[in-house]
Design a protein around this ligand. Sequence first.
Ligand SMILES: [Zn+2]
Ligand SMILES: [Zn+2]
Length: 254
Amino acid sequence: MMEVHVLASGSDGNCTVIESDGEAIMIDAGISCRRIMSLMEREGVDKDMVKAILITHEHSDHVSGAGATARKLDVPIVANEATFNASNLGNVQHWVYKSNASIDIGQFHVTPLPTSHNAVEPNCYFTEVEDSRVLVCTDTGKFSFGIEHALSIADIAVVEANYDLDMLVNGPYPYSLKTLIGSDHGHMNNRDTALALKRTMGVNTHRKIFLAHLSKTNNTPDTARQTVSDGMGVRRMNIDCLEFAGDTRTLKVD
Ligand SMILES: [Zn+2]
Ligand SMILES: [Zn+2]
């Protein structure tokens, strides 16, 4: 049975661990190695279970702790060549993959799905173990057909709800940054994420939704959960996200 541990999510750093039957993979390591070790211990994740660290893209909120963590755990970094080269992780083991080709890491069958973001060759990851499926998808200005398909069959969907459109437009960011964030190569807003989740709801009524990468400046957990539950027409209690700095969450495939 797969479990997803969201250890950190947002512009201060991102790190998610997917665990199944004594093995685990980490997706992004954008907080310090020390913090990752202490959060894994708090969540009951044995560090020796981790087999690899998959990187979505080279932004520091996704890679700042990746090199140190890979060396500490003695595991490879898994990324496409362009992302690996842009990430400056120092001396680490490295497995390259081609975007769109699946990778097998222990029992995890992982499919990278290209995202639309201001990075060299960004991806998100769709992970399958037997008939359980988890999508972790942040840092994209739009969801591709492939991502929406993954959303439609995921048991757990950790998806970006980065900003509230009104808060971004009326907020303190300079115009150029507002334009980038709002573009197809920026981030997803609450409303567009809600529409994609609604479109992909189908018969998959047991899907668990976790909102990720919320902006501290242009969103609040309350606003994100409310907008997404309203947009999807589901109860707010069924929409989860991290609520405060240092919060973590464990999600289980039923
Ligand atoms: Zn990010
Ligand atoms: Zn990014």
